[in-house]
Design a protein around this ligand. Structure first.
Ligand SMILES: NC(=O)C1=CN([C@@H]2O[C@H](COP(=O)(O)OP(=O)(O)OC[C@H]3O[C@@H](n4cnc5c(N)ncnc54)[C@H](O)[C@@H]3O)[C@@H](O)[C@H]2O)[C@@H](O)CC1
Ligand SMILES: [K+]
Length: 501
């Protein structure tokens, strides 16, 4: 698990590392610059290409100066440094690196206003104006300068954080940011890099390690954590000898209407392929033939017309409700029945969530430890409109804590908010998975893992990870443009077995 720190905590980790490793602050900057250059050399090997390095006068600018010096040492022939003296302040490490640069023959100039900047005609721009020290939206000279640079046709490589981009906190919709083709960031992705707003400003991000003290960063107990494969390997249990279908539980999936039976099929398939011993689908009678022909391993509990099915609640180790269920009277009654009769954690998705959004009194009946799996729109219907993902994260965290539920907020980096106040960012999945029915499969996987005896938290972390991982295994090596949910469900047994060897 990689703790994702806020800028303030990164500063603490810098300070701790400086005093405990120990390493001088200027040497830590040198290490950061070297890590950047190591990556840059491999990806921009043409040493004749002109590179403009724009440096502010803080530590991000200091990095820029050190990087310009190192690239020069690596025989990059055309480096042009511009220092923006838009304020009188300069950090000590910036000043030291300016002295070091002056001992080379790299040309540099200083400008006091954006108007003084002349076009460099460099195909590569290194952005070292402002980094994680940003404390207000860009205005004045920085704003003008960044607007000008955004109009230049060049590949922009940002050091640590693109100028004007807040590493955490709500991002204004009209924020002025120096748009980066690539960000080479230090130690960890910044939290906002993992939220959809980043897509407007950052095309690609690479993380380079600068050796901040890991024990210390863990001890900060950040609410934001990034889940890695090794975490899932620790949680996922291999199937054992001398077990039978009873060992792996019975999941009930309440889903589908006549015209949305696909949702029921896909979530039931997700449950079966993720390893539930038994999966029953509670579906309308009109869907029975489809169910039997799609996957004969599934069992049916029939919903006939307006009468509610007679569900034997004790039979089921877990229940998921919602995909394709509709929001009519019957669906509402069914959801109310589940919430009244079933006391173990359940999974609520899609129309299950929409029903709760319309009938908020139901919120109080959700069993503790239940898992809600909204996408952005469902989330806002449940908890109110949000204008930024950062705010959505804070709401998810607060709601999960107050209601003792797990909220899986679906996204590129799907985030699980827990009752303990943690926000876990998932590291798998890809754009080929952006297709209808994908969330239904996830719902089935979660119900399956609960049925198999995993805790709600482990079910969320494993479920989201393997869902994305199966999609990655299918799409990435084969460069597939789209992965269909049914195929993804079939991949799950292989994905899971690879994670348990
Ligand atoms: N020891 C460290 O702290 C390390 C820091 N590193 C670099 O240092 C950067 C952070 O450096 P700093 O904290 O000096 O901050 P920055 O270099 O990001 O910004 C410099 C200063 O600009 C001012 N400023 C902030 N927002 C502004 C705005 N909107 N308009 C005008 N001025 C503004 C602030 O006074 C800020 O301190 C990181 O992003 C990274 O690149 C790396 O060298 C690794 C080690
Ligand atoms: K920068």
């Amino acid at each position: 698990m990689l703790p994702l720190l806020t800028s303030a905590d990164i500063r603490k980790a810098d300070e701790y590392t400086i005093s405990h490793e120990p390493v001088a602050s200027i040497d830590l900057m040198e290490r950061a610059a070297r890590a950047f250059v190591g990556w840059f050399l491999n990806h921009f090997p043409d040493k004749q290409k002109a590179i403009a390095v724009y440096c502010g006068t803080g530590n991000n600018g200091g990095d820029g100066l050190a990087i310009a010096r190192m690239l020069h040492q690596h025989q990059y022939k055309n480096i042009y440094v511009t220092i923006t003296r838009f304020s009188d302040k300069a950090s000590a490490d910036f000043t030291e690196n300016l002295t070091r640069l002056q001992h080379t023959d790299v040309p540099f100039k200083e400008v006091n206003s954006a108007a003084e900047v002349t076009a460099e005609n460099c195909p590569i721009i290194i952005d070292a104006l402002l980094g994680s020290g940003l404390n207000k939206p860009l205005d004045g000279e920085y704003k003008h300068f960044v607007e000008y640079l955004n109009s230049v046709d060049a590949t922009v490589v940002a050091i640590d954080v693109p100028t004007g981009f807040f590493a955490e906190g709500a991002i204004e919709q009209d924020a002025v940011v120096l748009k980066a083709d690539l960000v080479i960031t230090f130690q960890q992705p910044k939290i906002n890099f993992l939220l959809p707003e980043a897509s407007h400003y950052i095309n690609c991000c690479e993380v380079v390690n600068i050796g901040l003290d890991e024990e210390f960063t863990r001890s900060l107990d950040s609410p934001y954590q990034y889940i890695e494969e090794k975490d899932i390997r620790k949680l996922l249990k291999p199937r054992k000898r001398f077990t039978n279908k009873g060992t792996y539980g019975h999941a009930l999936i309440i889903a589908g209407e006549e015209k949305t039976m696909g949702a029921a099929l896909l979530s039931s398939a997700g449950s079966a392929y993720a390893g539930a011993g038994l999966t029953s689908a509670c579906i309308p009678a009109s869907g029975l033939t489809a169910l039997n022909s799609y996957l004969p391993e599934l069992m049916a509990v029939i919903r006939d017309g307006n009468s509610l099915p007679d569900i034997k609640w004790d039979k089921y180790n877990s229940i998921a409700i919602g995909p394709g269920l509709g929001t009519g009277e019957n669906a509402l009654e069914l959801l109310s029945e589940v919430l009244t009769n079933y006391k173990r954690p359940i999974v609520i998705d899609a129309d299950g969530l929409n029903l709760i959004a319309i009938n908020s009194v139901l919120f109080g009946n959700i069993p503790q430890g239940s898992i809600l799996t909204p996408h952005m729109k469902e989330f806002d219907r449940l908890f109110g409109e949000h204008t930024s993902w950062w705010d959505r994260l804070q709401t998810a965290r607060k709601q999960a804590e107050e209601r003792y539920i797990y909220i899986i907020l679906k996204n590129d980096y799907t985030i699980t908010a827990t009752p303990q106040g943690k926000l876990y960012f998932n590291s798998t999945s890809n754009a080929a998975m952006a297709t209808g029915g994908m969330g239904d499969v996830l719902t089935g996987i979660l119900a399956s893992l609960l049925a198999q005896g995993y805790s709600s938290e482990d079910a969320c972390l494993i479920g989201v990870y393997i869902h994305g991982k199966a999609g990655d295994e299918l799409a990435l090596p084969n460069r597939m443009n789209v992965v269909l949910p049914g195929k993804l469900a079939q991949q799950l047994p292989l994905t899971m077995s690879k994670l348990t060897v």
